[in-house]
Ligand binder design. Structure first.
Ligand code: ATP
Length: 304
């Protein structure tokens, strides 16, 4: 990173997330759902680089780059515009480049991570030194998962997921299977609502057993408590994911679940050796497009 003021460009590294618990309440009148969402940042990162330019432009490189919009709908562009407007600056004249490694539309909050990264990068480039609470506010405006991408680590998200309380987390190893194509998060919530029709949906609450297992760093204990209320909806839209989940547990994963709204699937494993074995088996199965191994918790948006 170069210093603000004299900066030519600023790069920020941002993590993907997995939800170790995603408890979903009934649809609210505003269409959103109350959540109890235990987020864990994992060591799978995008990098967002901002450089002064004549106008706001966005580029993206990486395996899924062709699926990333480069117009003003990209969360990095919205983040730069939000920060400029809130700081009383003219429209942002900045080039934003995303080095994309987080699967796109995979339920790992890749777009949210990039949005948080762009906020932090522009803040440094423009020498604003915006207080953390204000940055978090802007993140919540950009999207429910963006505040967590900023802070990283492990946290319980309530409300739409944007009200964060840090939680304790030991170290864990993960394998992720990247599916062909994405799943739209709103479509998965609509399917959740359809499947929930006629059923009483309890208010979402964090599981004490899960929080204790997370703090203990014991993968067997965590494996027994992982839960994602969106999983039946994701499996209903993409039935083939059930086979991917089974292939991972057959290969020795302690637990398997759909990551967030999917279709990426997440496998909790005992250690790095088991991660390599499960990843190799998933690759050989032909049931996924690619695999990634990662550890948690990972830091939030970090200036490089
Ligand atoms: P979440 O887990 O937060 O629900 P996701 O990981 O499923 O999100 P994203 O990768 O964030 O999904 O992408 C969702 C959609 O957002 C994409 O299909 C794309 O059209 C749009 N999008 C906007 N900005 C970005 C970005 N920087 N990176 C990827 N997708 C983006």
């Amino acid at each position: 990173m170069s210093r603000a003021g004299a900066a030519r460009s600023v790069t920020v590294r941002v993590p993907a997330k997995v939800n170790v618990q995603l408890a979903v309440g009934a649809a609210r009148p505003d269409g959103f759902h109350d959540l109890a969402n235990v987020f864990l940042a994992v060591s799978l990162y995008d990098e967002v680089t901002v450089t002064p330019a004549d106008e706001l432009t966005v580029t993206c490189a990486g395996p899924d780059a062709d699926q990333v919009p480069l117009d003003r709908t990209n969360l990095v562009a919205r983040a730069a515009e939000t920060l400029a407007a809130r700081s009383g600056l003219p429209a942002p004249a900045v080039h934003i480049h995303i080095a994309k490694n987080i699967p796109v539309a995979g339920g790992m909050a890749g777009g949210s991570a990039d949005g948080a990264g762009a906020l932090v990068a522009c803040d440094a480039l423009w020498g604003l030194d915006t207080p953390a609470a204000e940055l978090l506010d802007m993140c919540a405006e950009l999207g429910s998962d963006v505040p967590f991408s900023l802070v990283g680590g492990a946290a319980l998200g309530t409300g739409r997921g944007e009200i964060l309380t840090p939680v304790e987390a030991g170290a864990f190893h993960w394998v992720f299977a990247v599916a062909d194509g994405g799943l739209s998060t709103p479509a998965v919530f609509r399917e959740f609502d359809r499947l929930a029709q006629g059923r009483e949906i309890p208010a979402p609450e964090a599981s004490p057993a899960l929080l204790a297992a997370l703090a203990s760093g014991d993968p067997e204990a965590l494996a027994a408590t992982l839960v994602n209320d969106l999983q039946p909806a994701a499996l209903s839209l993409r039935p083939g994911l059930a086979e991917t989940l089974a292939a991972g547990t057959d290969a020795g994963a302690l637990a398997a679940l759909v990551s967030g709204s999917g279709p990426t699937t997440a496998f909790l494993v005992r250690d790095a050796a088991s991660a390599a074995k499960v990843a190799a088996a998933l690759e050989a199965s032909g049931l996924c497009r690619a695999t990634r191994t990662a550890t948690s918790p990972a830091p939030g948006a970090t200036l490089l």
